[in-house]
Design a binder for this molecule. Structure first.
Ligand code: SF4
Length: 310
């Protein structure tokens, strides 16, 4: 059984060694339209489980000092693994400086036990695709026991007490959660969540159902609809086409003021002349680099100073 996979070099999380907590079959409380696994009926608990010692034995064989994070994931939802708490305790004994991370769809946070277990991890990535119940149901196709309002409340509560690095991910599906109205609702909720970074993504791999993602340009436009204070990052760029747009210095400052960008974003959005102007602005000290949860963003100095004064 392939329980351990990687290491994978992830831009967002560094060198990641994955643990698949459901290696034999898909076991998930969602059946997302965009899932890269085949469609399957939702479950609220695992029926097929692996024992902790098997995981730890395999982990020990692969773990080394070059790994940044041990990522708990699954063919499905990793929080459905029934021995999660004990597994984390065992990993903590051997991980040394490597951090632990879980990628979850957030729904199990309504279970107090899971909520408390996730507090023990160094990093947590919570997905939140929609706020409106009808859109949430359409995209994530959750188990009948899951109520989006409860999940949203628990995501907010979790963010207030969690001490590690918290990431939120929103995956946009064309004509479902990419409307101005839904983004407005997501924005309002995000303003009440303490997070290190919010990753905006879209469909990068063949989805379970016939749905489409949105373009990089649309993702960038969507990112501008969120409040300036939110640490938004455009995470999907697999099918991104270079925009090659021309910007003046003033436009560069305005664009980065609205939404700080990474070097990858700049390479996609800016033409060569605009990149030269950006270099000049950096040299003149008008633009600085700001780290945000493993990534580096370009931000106008005036923007940083404004935030410092707040
Ligand atoms: S939560 Fe993840 S594994 Fe489950 S259906 Fe959605 S994308 Fe697939």
């Amino acid at each position: 059984m392939n329980i351990i996979f990687g290491p994978i070099n992830s831009r967002r999380f560094g060198s990641s060694l994955g643990i698949d907590l459901s290696p034999a079959l898909k076991q998930c409380n969602f059946d997302c339209l965009y899932c890269e696994l085949a469609p399957s009926a939702t479950v609220d608990k695992q029926s097929d489980t692996i024992d902790i010692q098997t995981i730890i034995n395999e982990l020990k064989e692969h773990l080394n000092e070059n790994i940044d994070v041990i990522t708990l994931t699954a063919n499905g939802e990793p929080t459905l693994y029934p021995y999660l708490e004990d597994l984390i305790l065992e990993i903590d004994k051997i991980k040394d400086k490597t951090e632990t991370l879980i990628l979850t769809n957030s729904a199990s946070l309504v279970d107090k036990k899971v909520f408390n277990v996730l507090l023990k991890l160094d990093q947590v990535k919570l997905s939140l695709d929609a706020i409106s119940p009808n859109i949430f149901k359409k995209i994530d196709r959750p188990h009948r026991s899951i109520v989006v309002e409860d999940v949203v409340q628990k995501v907010k509560d979790f963010s207030k007490v969690y001490k590690g690095k918290l990431f939120i991910e929103i995956l946009f599906v064309h004509e479902l959660n990419d409307t101005k109205e839904e983004i407005k609702k997501l924005n309002a909720v995000l303003l009440d969540i303490n997070t290190s970074r919010i990753d905006l993504g879209t469909i990068d791999r063949p989805p379970a159902y016939p749905v489409m993602g949105i373009s990089y340009k649309e993702l960038h436009e969507a990112s501008l609809l969120f409040d300036k204070s939110l640490p938004i990052h455009i995470a999907s760029r697999t099918h991104a086409e270079a925009n090659n747009s021309a910007y003046t210095k003033e436009e560069i400052l305005n664009t980065l003021d609205k939404r700080p960008l990474t070097l990858d974003d700049i390479n996609l959005l800016f033409d060569e002349e605009s990149k030269k102007l950006l270099s000049e602005l950096i040299k003149d000290g008008e633009i600085a680099k700001k780290p945000l949860g493993n990534l580096e963003f370009f931000v106008p100095k005036s923007n940083l100073e404004r935030k410092r004064k707040k």
